[in-house]
Design a protein around this ligand. Structure first.
Ligand SMILES: Cc1cc2nc3c(=O)[nH]c(=O)nc-3n(C[C@H](O)[C@H](O)[C@H](O)COP(=O)(O)OP(=O)(O)OC[C@H]3O[C@@H](n4cnc5c(N)ncnc54)[C@H](O)[C@@H]3O)c2cc1C
Ligand code: SF4
Ligand code: SF4
Length: 420
């Protein structure tokens, strides 16, 4: 057979047995090569240019799989969507050499970011230089989960109380007892809901951001807290009972939960003196912001806090749906600069986090100019573009080149996006 190396490719594949369906790769891919259905996340061989942007953000490593295949026999998207496990290597016809390792395509994300504007392309995949070391994947599908015990479960939104609905958000505390589970603010964990899905397979893990600081929800205890919104309708507004979120919101103190993780090695806070943190979030995207704020609050209380501004932009449909509204109000004004934005308050125009940011353009421009400032965005996927565009416009309004600044924010691990 007369085939050259050019006829052979290294096909990029996702391991369905390890993938926790977190959407991180799909959100980050600058050329929309990743897609999913209710079963699997898959890579379109026609679109993937092997830029490698998705590799390090993947919390489980399931994204980093490659198979040498004849280009003509590359696995289609439909084939991959049906997989329960990865196939082995294909036998290549005699005389056909294996393709070389996938080349990195330099700066693709920035080229793609220029036209049209792709917000996710500006997100960093490295942590800030002064972040602490994060442990990841201590417990996973291969090593097995760790059992945690529920130490607390309380509602943190007014909505369930005042409107008699179940559309509430819970603060759930999980205790790991004697099992090691070191975490940092900004990391997440995976919960394995009990039972099986429609195909009779165990439910895949659901990912939740940690809402407590590194030394525990209760300082000195081996526990973490989570902020979990009960999902009772799908993204199209159709009634549905989300498997993981309802399981978690219904837990009682003393119940046990199977946990994998921790995940995440880039959405981490800076630790150096005078480092500023700008937090932009909606809904449960407040979880990592609560963790970072609480860690700084504890440092300040112990006299170890060495300056640096904290600025928060927090959006929700209404005040009643905003998690931790009460406790946030109690934080000292000289410690954190809080800006709320409500999009469905009766009698008021819709206001989103990006609107609040634009109102504070002068302060944000000063922070953008300061190399000690890190920006964190977490919450609904739909917020991402508006927020990054607001940052770009604020930078440009202050005479800064977004191409230069945005590239620096990304390269220096100073702009982090986590939306779902
Ligand atoms: C990095 C990361 C961090 C996350 N952190 C948090 C967190 O801190 N708190 C939190 O509550 N969630 C968080 N999530 C979302 C969480 O992992 C689950 O997706 C969410 O709880 C829904 O899972 P479920 O099992 O209840 O719903 P499923 O049973 O998986 O889904 C039921 C239906 O609802 C739709 N759906 C799924 N999620 C939502 C949603 N959020 N809103 C509306 N419809 C939805 C699905 O498309 C499906 O049709 C995070 C996700 C990621 C990727
Ligand atoms: S390697 Fe790049 S192009 Fe390919 S799936 Fe990952 S992010 Fe997308
Ligand atoms: S676990 Fe990795 S491969 Fe799976 S959806 Fe998340 S980022 Fe993508």
């Amino acid at each position: 057979m007369d085939m050259a190396v050019a006829d052979v490719i290294q096909q990029h594949l996702i391991d369905p047995e390890i993938c926790i369906r977190c959407n991180t790769c799909e959100a980050i891919c600058p050329v929309q090569a990743i897609t999913h259905d209710s079963r699997n996340y898959v890579v379109d061989a026609e679109k993937c240019n092997r830029c490698m942007d998705c590799i390090s953000p993947c919390p489980t490593g399931s994204i980093d799989n490659w198979r040498t295949v004849l280009k003509l026999r590359a696995y289609s998207v439909d084939e991959q969507l049906g997989w329960d496990e990865l196939p082995g290597e294909q036998a290549l016809p005699e005389g056909v050499a294996a393709a070389p390792a996938p080349p990195a395509v330099p700066a693709t994300q920035l080229e793609a970011a220029e036209q049209p504007f792709v917000a996710s392309a500006w997100g960093a995949t490295l942590p800030p230089w002064s972040a602490a070391h994060a442990y990841t994947n201590l417990y996973g599908p291969k090593t097995g989960p760790v059992t945690a015990t529920v130490a607390g479960n309380v509602r943190v939104t007014e909505v369930g109380k005042t409107q008699g609905s179940d559309y509430d958000t819970h603060h759930v505390v999980l205790d790991f007892g004697a099992m090691p589970f070191p975490v940092l603010e900004g990391q997440s964990i995976g919960i394995l809901p009990p039972g099986t899905d429609a195909q009779g397979k165990p439910h895949h893990a659901r990912q939740y951001s940690i809402a407590s600081p590194r030394n525990g929800e209760r300082p000195g205890y081996n526990n973490v807290s989570l902020t979990i919104k009960r999902v009772l309708e799908d993204h199209q507004g159709q009634p549905v009972r989300g498997v993981g979120s309802n399981f978690m919101c219904d837990l009682k103190v003393g119940d046990t939960v199977q946990v994998i993780g921790p995940f995440g090695s880039s959405f981490l806070m800076p630790n150096h003196p005078r480092s500023n943190i700008v937090m932009i979030c909606t809904g449960t995207g407040s979880a990592p912001m609560r963790a970072m704020t609480e860690w700084r609050r504890r440092l300040r209380a112990s006299g170890k806090f060495e300056g640096g501004k904290l600025m928060l932009f927090f959006g929700a449909r209404t005040q009643e749906e905003l998690p931790y509204f009460g406790p946030l109000q109690n934080l000292p004004k000289d410690f954190i600069d809080i800006n709320f934005a409500f999009s469905r308050t009766a009698g008021h125009p819709k206001r989103y986090v990006q609107d609040a940011m634009r109102e504070r353009a002068a302060d944000l421009a000063a922070l953008l100019k300061d190399g000690n400032t890190c920006f964190y965005v977490c919450g609904l996927k739909s917020m991402e573009e508006g927020v990054v565009l607001a940052l770009r416009d604020i930078a440009q309004g202050a005479g800064l080149s977004w191409e230069t600044l945005g590239a620096a924010l990304k390269k220096e691990g100073r702009l982090h996006l986590e939306t779902y």
